[in-house]
Design a binder for this molecule. Structure first.
Ligand code: PXL
Length: 290
């Protein structure tokens, strides 16, 4: 079906409260002028980070039906963007979806959501790591955090001191599994007490880094916000380093806007307050070639 606007198939869960996943992808991409076609993987009352007793409805069978209907409609996508997946079957559906809908010009972004802070999320197990490792071979861009990168490469946890140098190698190692661009987030910076994102561009054999100051807070959903901005920015035609800059700046701004209020972290960040910044002219740039 014809579209005059860039269209992205977004394959994530929908969490009713607490932000993240589709609740991040839809407003961010939409603000960036990109149409989001949602394929929800599950519906939850809240995300799983910091809430207990949440309601969870698996939508694996609905995903297949949505896929079949979109095939009949002959939809085409400028981007395919997946995040939190609940099972092996969902990983297989995303794989089939990419094989069917990806064209030469389609940007495929896979956020291999598995865990954070050295731990797997409650709903993940080691077989999901295997599945994700295979799925990322179909991606153009992947955005693991440092914990997910460890699991995907079967590495031991790093000390903050050695992190940035080692992570450079990890980005290239992950890229050898398939994706042109590998972006590893939440990399600790020992000296500045900040955190960095480190990225590798396979085509140009170049490494990039953007660092932001440390904020003593952990808000769920910021990874989804980061990858949504990366997706939008690359689709708008930005370079990898500029996309990194825009995503880091947007997430930092969302965290800083929220942190001052002292709300419980599990409620996520006040994304609505900062959405209009996505349309601001490029102002400062802090990326480095490393
Ligand atoms: O932000 C990753 C994510 C996505 N979806 C759900 C989650 C999480 C992280 O906890 O619980 C449902």
């Amino acid at each position: 079906m014809h579209s005059v606007i860039q269209r992205v198939a977004a394959i994530h869960d929908l969490s009713g409260f607490g932000g993240g996943s589709l609740a991040a992808a839809i407003p961010i991409l939409s603000t960036m002028g990109i149409q989001v076609c949602s394929m929800p993987t599950a519906i939850l009352s809240t995300h799983t980070g910091g809430f207990t007793d949440f309601h969870f409805r698996d939508l694996t069978q609905d995903m297949r039906q949505i896929f079949i209907h979109w095939q009949k409609l002959a939809l085409s996508f400028a981007g395919i963007y997946s995040g939190f997946l609940g099972s092996h079957e969902q990983i297989d559906i995303v794989k089939d979806f990419i094989l069917y809908f990806k064209k030469e010009t389609t940007l495929t972004v896979i956020d291999p959501v598995l865990g954070d802070d050295g731990q797997l999320y409650d709903t993940m197990d080691f077989s999901m790591i295997e599945g994700m490792r295979e799925l990322i071979s179909y991606a153009d861009v992947i955005t693991p955090n440092i914990t997910e990168a460890e699991f995907l490469l079967n590495k031991k946890s790093l000390t903050a001191h050695q992190a940035p140098q080692k992570i450079k190698h990890w980005t290239k190692e992950l890229s050898s599994l398939g994706p042109r661009w590998v972006i590893i987030t939440s990399v600790p910076e020992n000296l500045s007490h900040g955190t960095s994102v480190i990225a590798y561009d396979q085509n140009f054999d170049r490494y990039w880094k953007v660092t932001c100051p440390y904020i003593p807070a952990y808000y769920p959903g910021t990874g989804d916000i980061f990858t949504s901005v990366i997706t939008g920015s690359l689709l708008q035609g930005d370079s990898l380093p500029l996309s990194l800059d825009r995503a880091v700046q947007f997430v930092s701004m969302a965290i800083r806007t929220t942190f001052g209020h002292n709300f419980p972290e599990r409620e996520g960040v006040l994304i609505e307050r900062v959405l209009p910044n996505l349309n601001a002219p490029v102002a400062i740039s802090s990326y480095e070639l490393i």
